[in-house]
Design a protein around this ligand. Structure first.
Ligand code: AMP
Length: 252
């Protein structure tokens, strides 16, 4: 299924009726806007945003054993081996704030990860009556044109203190190289350098596209047009989520 246009303005109000929204999976290539949209979903439904990229970067910064193993792989733009990711994701999903649901951004990234996630949710969520979020994940892919992706990624700058994101072409800071919100310096992430960007886009084509196919085969994939303005994409995603909730409510 593909949703093309919504048009209403975005709302970032927490949605009080969020109990048991369940897992939401955002798919899309690097630069598709998964992080931005995941934050908005998290805010609206009062659920945590879980970004495996952020979790890994945190491990790298803290020099944990996982961080030490992942650092060079990430700097080359390649995918961290699946076995290193599973423990980290399992630990995070077991935390109590995930019970009503969560939004995954950057995971699963291989068909093996998708299979692992299905098995994990089946064992730990669906069988557990105390976890209200036990529902089949809503899977949404954000589609963006390749040239647009390059523009977004090469222009991306991240603030050192809090990870606020800018784009020198599309959303420049008021003062060059300085975060509007906390005044810290803006930097190009190691893996946002040109040659690494191409590697990341290739990794997506080869390893992550089959994840969408995995969900498509099961009839669980909905695509939205990520070339649209960011608020319109947010609205499309909201419509998909609300559609799923309405369908679930009908089936009870
Ligand atoms: P991201 O911030 O999602 O673009 O992720 C940054 C980098 O972290 C990726 O280029 C990979 O090296 C690594 N990474 C993030 N999520 C995963 C994942 N699910 N599986 C393997 N590697 C990952």
């Amino acid at each position: 299924m593909k949703l093309e246009s919504g048009g209403l303005g975005a709302s970032s109000m927490a949605d009080g009726s969020s109990r048991g929204i369940g897992p939401i999976i955002l798919l899309g290539s690097p630069g598709a806007g998964k992080g931005t949209q995941a934050k908005r979903i998290a805010e609206r439904y009062g659920i945590p945003q879980i970004s495996t990229g952020d979790l890994l970067r945190d491990n790298v910064q803290r020099h944990t054993p996982l961080g030490l193993q992942a650092k060079d792989v990430m700097a080359r733009g390649e995918l961290v081996p699946d076995e290193l990711i599973y423990d980290m994701v399992a630990q995070r999903l077991r935390q109590v704030d995930c019970d009503p649901g969560f939004v995954l951004d950057g995971f699963p990234r291989t068909p093996a990860q998708a299979g692992w996630l299905d098995a994990f949710l089946e064992n730990e969520f669906f069988d557990n009556r105390d976890r209200p979020g036990r529902c089949t994940p809503i899977v949404i892919r954000i589609d963006v044109d390749y040239n647009q992706l390059l523009h977004r990624l090469t222009g991306r700058r991240t603030c050192l203190a809090n990870g606020h994101i800018y784009n020198v072409y599309l959303q420049p800071p008021r003062v060059p190289d300085t975060c509007d919100l906390d005044g810290s310096r803006l930097v190009t992430r190691d893996d946002d350098r040109d040659e690494v960007i191409r590697e990341r886009l290739t990794a997506y084509e080869v390893q992550t596209k089959p994840v969408a196919e995995y969900y498509e085969r099961q009839g669980r994939l909905v695509s939205v047009n990520g070339d649209l303005p960011v608020d319109e994409v947010t609205e499309l995603i909201r419509l998909v989520i609300e559609g799923h909730r309405a369908a679930r409510a009908d089936s009870f």
